[in-house]
Write a protein that binds this ligand. Structure first.
Ligand code: EPU
Length: 338
């Protein structure tokens, strides 16, 4: 029998550490349990909880919160240098990456230390240091909430984009991802060391022929130096997406801010680091009560203790307004506001 808990605090289940209450909460540890609970609750209000690392809870949740904690990893060797590694949705993402590194399976080492669970990684196509989830993704299994039927989504089906997929758009709230499969290398790895900070970290250690473990360690070191550890200071990583602006808009802003960094997308568009824009507006390291902007990376909004979701949301709106007034650039949130 599944244990449905009434009025459960979600403080421990979101990396911002916001203390809101779920009217009902249940932890699911198998696909069967998930299908059973959906059969009973399909017509009632449900809310799917994964690692809680990409959401800002601004109010109590009047619904059955279904916490997807299904675990397990399996490996299938497909050729000399290729393995298919599948992980259930409730596996912690970083533990999964570490497992792959220990087994010498390459391809996701640049994605070390990203908070959250495997099951939500495809939803926003997690990415860091020149690698995105979609690069090694093969498919994912997901249960349709309305029917309880399982469907397999390939890379094409998922319509991945920058921090985006079909699960954030057409299929938002319609499916629950239960398992994700990756194609990884087992002997000869294709390393991605092009990101400046990784090159620097490897050079400092005189590593000329890096292993996947060296890359993972470099990424862990870089992330720890800039990003707050959610177990110590509440946060959800990058709060905003890096905005894409037209080349014309970019050259207009650049006239006043010649040092503005950018990544060229094509001849029509450029991506600008939101962290830099927010930093320029003077928010970095500022604090209002327990709500603040991280002192080493302005893209990260932090909860120093007892900030409410509403206070953090208000801070994010203040940042959006100031960035718009200063640069004419609209910042979109990366984090889901609930
Ligand atoms: N910058 C500043 N001030 C700041 C922050 C950044 O001037 O306070 C400048 C940096 O000097 C650099 C540029 O902005 O020139 C970009 O900064 P960084 O390399 O730290 O990367 P980012 O664009 O801010 C993105 C991802 C991160 C990911 C890193 C590394 C987004 C929204 N964020 O950050 O992802 O780890 O690149 O690949 O795309 C996340 O999604 O939660 C996340 C942490």
């Amino acid at each position: 029998m599944l244990n449905i808990v009434i009025n459960k605090s979600l403080k421990k289940y979101n990396t911002f550490g916001i203390d809101v209450v779920a009217s009902e909460y249940v932890k699911i540890t198998s696909e069967k349990e998930l299908i059973d609970i959906l059969a009973t609750y399909r017509t009632k209000k449900i809310f799917i909880l994964s690692g809680g690392s990409n959401m800002l809870l601004t109010k109590n949740i009047e619904a059955l919160v279904i916490h997807i904690a299904i675990k397990g990893i399996s490996v299938e060797t497909v050729s000399n240098n290729s393995v298919l590694v599948s992980a259930y949705a409730g596996e912690n993402w970083h533990d999964f990456v570490q497992y792959c590194i220990q087994k010498n399976y390459g391809g996701i080492e640049n994605l070390s230390l990203i908070p959250g669970y495997v099951g939500s990684a495809p939803i926003q196509n997690i990415g860091a240091y020149g690698v995105e989830l979609k690069d090694t993704f093969v498919n994912c299994e997901a249960i349709e909430i309305a029917s309880g039927v399982k469907k397999i989504f390939t890379t094409t089906d998922c319509k991945f984009g920058y921090r985006n997929s079909i699960f954030k758009n057409e299929l938002k709230g319609k499916y629950i991802i239960t398992k994700v499969t990756f194609r990884l290398t087992s002997i000869s790895h294709t390393l991605n060391t092009s990101y400046g900070a990784i090159e620097k970290a490897l050079a400092e250690k005189n590593i000329e022929t890096p292993s996947i473990k060296h890359i993972a360690d470099a990424v862990i070191q870089i992330r720890k130096s800039k990003l707050p550890d959610p177990s110590k200071i509440g946060n959800s990583g990058s709060f905003f997406k890096n905005p894409v602006i037209s080349s014309q808009h970019f050259s207009d802003v650049q006239k006043s801010y010649p040092n503005m960094p950018s990544y060229t997308i094509d001849e029509h568009y450029s991506k600008v680091p939101a962290g830099w824009l927010i930093d320029q507006c003077g928010f970095k390291g500022k604090r209002w009560g327990d709500a603040g902007v991280h002192k080493k990376q302005a893209l990260v909004i932090v909860n120093y203790g007892n900030a409410s979701g509403q206070e953090l949301l208000e801070l994010s709106i203040t940042i959006q307004k100031k960035v718009f007034d200063t640069f004419g650039i609209r910042l979109e949130t990366e984090v889901n506001i609930i």
